[in-house]
Design a protein around this ligand. Sequence first.
Ligand code: GAR
Length: 187
Amino acid sequence: MKRIVIFASGSGSNAENLIKFFYNSDTASVIQVLTNNPHAKVLDRCKTLNISALSFNRIAFSKSEDVLNILKAAEPDLIVLAGFLWKFPEFILKAFENKVINIHPALLPNYGGKGMYGMHVHEAIVNNKETETGITIHYVNENYDEGATIFQAKCDVLSSDSAEDVAGKIHLLEMEHFPLVVEKLLN
Ligand code: GAR
């Protein structure tokens, strides 16, 4: 059985979707959720779903080996960033080479980089009158949103769409594809 660790910073709808998808899987299970935000809704979701969850601060994450040691003990086959907003430290990436992936709510390399997360992305898409957007699942490297692409899916943006409408379309794409891509990577 493969082992998945998820990092999330906020609501955690992707984390919940992954946890539920792998509940009845023979391939993998989500063994741990880690967050930088002690008030994140993802922690409530994990409680309800009975999944071990921990929050950590910046010192534990990037100025010491605390989070690294938690990960080493968890022995993950894949580390999944699902709405995680902190930059991943290089020394952790080095310890888990090619095992850290992220989901981004746009078609990278467009609308990526620092500050481009969540609703900021969808607002920029609407403001720039884009006619399509989508999701990108990619490996994580030391730069924001720049690792090799694993998967993309697109959707149309109508001239009448608000940023909230775009967010809804992206959410549906994420719910549909993210668990399947994770499963495929682990197989
Ligand atoms: C998701 O749309 C994810 O793609 C995005 O944050 C949202 C988290 O939602 N990630 C980024 O913007 C990363 N740059 P969730 O907490 O409900 O899963």
